[in-house]
Design a protein around this ligand. Structure first.
Ligand SMILES: [Zn+2]
Length: 337
């Protein structure tokens, strides 16, 4: 990994005391002031008896990014809305620092800049520089990369990053969504409580729908707190007869048969018709993101499984030096961090 050495960054994975990998990775570098600094990214907390990273960066509140654990550390860093979402979802108090997406903050002499990536409400990409002037960008999951800056070391995702897999290519079916909305007197959208539910409400409002949207309880509290322009929302059952309902997909069965039901998903294994609306870039979007950001080196750190490897292989083939998380040879156990 000569390239990473040249950039003045050590990327490493940690093992916990049972010998298995902690999720995702950490980066160690010297700050502009010459201090050694470690940032852990979308991983679980290290027990307090061991040396702690300078920050636990939490890109967003989806559970596979492990904010449930990291949020309990005073060294957690996430956006104000990610912190709220974590508190509602996990019924725990967020112990770390927050910012509004777009603001900068200082962590042990390092200026962290933050950028929106439109994956969920509050989702954040982080960028900072080390003493060599290397710009390090951690994207988290990305829906829209247009606000992301150029960088030298890119640490990114590959949720749909396998160019050999046809399911990694899709477009949002905005027309299908609009048609379903216009053609049905009474309609329910199945959408996960965090992420998809807020996106569904935003899309309905952007179509000009100003009426009440009924929601399942957790979707409702998340949407009320996280979305500024959600319009009028009600808990399901409070306003029987409203024409639009948003519930988690598995709650669609509980609704009357007179309601037309759709699932907001790219998957097709539900018993109701699906509307392809994704919270992610597809394979083409991920590749053009990397081209626009134009890094010297890319580390693909998410999700689990084979997709980081496939995406890194593709990036290498088109001329971008890349390494998937599985290829990181630096492994530290808790004791040696
Ligand atoms: Zn996510």
């Amino acid at each position: 990994m000569k390239e990473l050495v040249d950039l003045g960054v050590m990327v490493f994975r940690q093992k916990n005391s049972r010998g298995s990998f902690k999720p995702h990775l950490s980066v160690k570098f010297r700050s502009v002031e010459g201090e050694l600094v470690t940032f852990s990214i979308d991983t679980t907390r290290t027990p307090a008896k061991y040396q702690q990273p300078d920050a636990y960066l939490i890109t967003h509140a989806h559970s596979d990014h492990h904010g449930k654990s990291a949020m309990l550390s005073e060294r957690a860093v996430c956006s104000d809305k990610t912190a709220l979402a974590l508190e509602i979802r996990h019924q725990r108090k967020y112990a770390g620092r927050t910012f509004r997406v777009g603001e900068s903050l200082e962590v042990n002499g390092v200026t962290l800049r933050t950028f929106p990536n439109f994956h969920t409400v509050g989702s954040t990409s982080f960028m900072w520089e080390n003493e060599l002037g290397t710009r390090i960008l951690v994207t988290g999951d990305v829906k829209d990369a247009s606000m992301l800056p150029e960088c030298d070391l890119l640490i990114t995702e590959a949720n749909y990053g396998d160019p050999g897999d046809t399911t990694c290519f899709f477009d949002d079916d905005i027309t299908g969504f609009e048609t379903a909305f216009r053609d049905n007197a009474c309609i329910a959208f199945g959408a996960y409580a965090f992420g998809k539910a807020q996106r569904t409400v935003e899309m309905l409002r952007s179509l000009g729908y100003a009426g009440i949207i009924e929601m399942e309880e957790q979707s409702l509290s998340l949407t009320r707190i996280l979305l500024e322009d959600a319009g009028e929302l009600a808990c399901i059952g409070e306003n029987c007869g409203d024409r639009i309902t948003v519930v988690p997909p598995w709650d669609l069965d509980k609704l009357p048969s007179s309601v037309s039901k759709y699932v907001m998903t790219g998957r097709n294994d539900y018993r109701y018709p699906s509307i392809q609306i994704s919270d992610h870039l597809d394979a083409r979007g991920l590749v053009s993101m990397v081209k626009d950001i134009d890094p010297q080196f890319t580390v693909v750190y998410h999700p689990g499984g084979h997709r980081p490897g496939r995406f890194a292989k593709h990036l290498n083939a088109i001329g971008f030096n890349s390494l998937p998380i599985d290829g990181i040879n630096n492994v530290l156990s808790n004791e040696f961090v």
